[in-house]
Design a binder for this molecule. Structure first.
Ligand code: CA
Length: 365
């Protein structure tokens, strides 16, 4: 895998199995149309925002397609196209919406320009981790909102994997105080970038293929990417040896999104197979990221220095997040509504998580 072949991301997929009563009505309406297509061979074109067979994310999509073929006894073929083969990496949303292709695999936060609320479905800085995000989606109302808002673009989204916690990024200089961030140029997208901007950083967006060179030449001072498994391949350690622990992407969600009209034309069997295979993909991807990150972390180059941002910086980031959420809510009613659902789940989840997982991890040490 070459550096220039990389791209960042987030998104989420779905399951019918675990979905409760809220999805039952929707499922019942599908049964009538579906039986007419039973047994018919279907081929779908799915474009990704990744290079062919990109580790973990791209290979996850390949496995998903193979699983659909297997579970359907050969009647559901999903042809996976790497970025730029059918459509450019970041035009997969529009191409699927327009029905040029049937589906895509990408990151939700790329589409913030379509609707600011979409960034919340991709994950929240200083917010929920992957398992919590998926729980909010499936049981806390997130999926219903996502499908409603994507529905206006003729799209039907499923969670298509999740990265687990991402690292905070690679810096050329050590960050000891807030003042050290002033004027730094950092490649960091999404809400994390907006928070960094409030802390004095100049966030920049760069095509994946330009990140390493920009860092090496000093055009940028820092970059975030994903985690050790994918970061090591980019060679960032050579240009920026301070590797900071994460805060801005605690549980980024990837998406497996279908053209809605196409989705509704599929048989209930094929819909169930895709849904189940997407669940499997999400579970496998989270486990693969955990395992590969653990291995890559153990094998980080010697020059890498692991650092955690000082409390002063993280306290300022928390304040900045509050401001960003307030500003986005004032600008977009959809953002406000999705945030209210997200925050209701946080309020429900946190006391239990504190007393169970957090408490246990502290005891385990
Ligand atoms: Ca990232």
């Amino acid at each position: 895998m070459k550096r220039r072949e990389f791209i960042a991301t987030t998104a989420l997929g779905a399951s019918a199995l675990a979905l409760g009563g809220c999805h039952r009505a929707e499922d019942q309406t599908k049964t009538a149309t579906s039986s007419t297509n039973r047994g018919k061979k279907v081929t779908l074109k799915l474009a990704t925002s990744w290079p062919a067979h990109f580790p973990i994310m791209g290979t996850g999509v390949d496995a998903f397609a193979a699983r659909c073929l297997e579970l359907s006894g050969g009647s559901l073929e999903i042809k996976v196209y790497a970025k730029d083969i059918l459509v450019p990496a970041l035009q997969v949303f529009d191409a699927t919406s327009a029905g040029q292709i049937d589906a895509f695999h990408s990151g939700v936060y790329y589409w913030k320009g379509k609707n600011p609320a979409f960034s919340i479905f991709g994950g929240m800085p200083l917010g929920l981790v992957s398992e919590e995000m998926i729980t909010w989606m499936k049981f806390g109302g997130g999926y219903a909102l996502w499908r409603e808002l994507y529905g206006t673009f003729n799209l039907y989204p499923l969670i298509g994997g999740t990265t687990g916690p991402q690292m905070g990024g690679w810096f050329k200089k050590e960050i000891n105080t807030l003042a050290d961030l002033q004027g730094l140029k950092m490649r960091i997208p999404g809400l994390g970038g907006e928070i960094m901007k409030k802390l004095g950083v100049n966030p920049v967006l760069l095509p994946a293929g330009e990140i390493f060179t920009s860092l090496e030449r000093g055009t940028i001072d820092a970059t975030e990417w994903v985690g050790p498994a994918l970061d090591n391949m980019m060679g960032f350690a050579k240009a920026a040896p301070y590797y900071y622990t994460g805060w801005h992407e605690p549980g980024s969600i990837l998406e497996l999104t279908f053209n809605k009209a196409k989705w509704e034309s599929l048989s209930s069997e094929h819909q169930a197979i895709i849904t189940a295979a997407s669940e499997e993909m999400t579970t496998n991807m989270l486990q693969a990221f955990r395992y590969e990150n653990a291995k890559a972390f153990a094998a980080l180059p010697k020059e890498v220095q692991i650092k955690t941002f000082p409390k002063e910086v993280m306290d300022a980031a928390k304040l900045a997040l509050t401001e960003v959420l307030k500003e986005e809510s004032a600008k977009s009613g959809d953002f406000k509504r999705v945030l209210a659902s997200y925050e209701a789940f946080v309020a429900l989840n946190k006391p239990w998580d504190d007393i169970s997982t957090k408490n246990f991890l502290e005891i385990r040490g």
